[in-house]
Design a protein around this ligand. Sequence first.
Ligand code: HEC
Length: 122
Amino acid sequence: MRFFLLILFAAVAFAAQESDETYERGKTLYFQNGCNNCHGSRAEGTGNYPSLANRAQGFLAYKLQTFRKGVADTPMQEMMIGFAAALSDEDIEAITTFLHDFHDAQTERYDPAFQQWGDGGS
Ligand code: HEC
């Protein structure tokens, strides 16, 4: 039993570390690919460019996958096709983990109840 608990604890610790790594990798990719130039350095959105922080991961991944295929719903979104083209599945997984879990000193001040869920109405 004690051995089992040890394994369980190790597995939980490993999973937590792994998702931290994915988050950090996503953060690096977000800045490396210049996503921050339009979507903001805190993914808060700027001007016409939508906020991406704390949005549903499945939705963000779906949008990036369709942009990568060259499909956009609006002329505005066509701007994204070039930026998504070079992203691998792992890149999309990492970037959307970073965006969905996005936290910094500023946003942590807010009540988590204000997190945005859903598809953001787009
Ligand atoms: C040159 C500006 C620009 C850059 C750079 C850019 N985007 Fe975008 N992004 C846009 C525009 C414009 C839209 C579409 C806005 C709309 O629907 O009106 C968009 C939409 C999106 C959406 C869909 C959001 C929604 O609500 O439909 C995601 C996800 C996204 N961008 C992620 C990224 C990621 C990740 C990167 C970096 C790889 C990136 N963007 C780089 C301009 C940009």
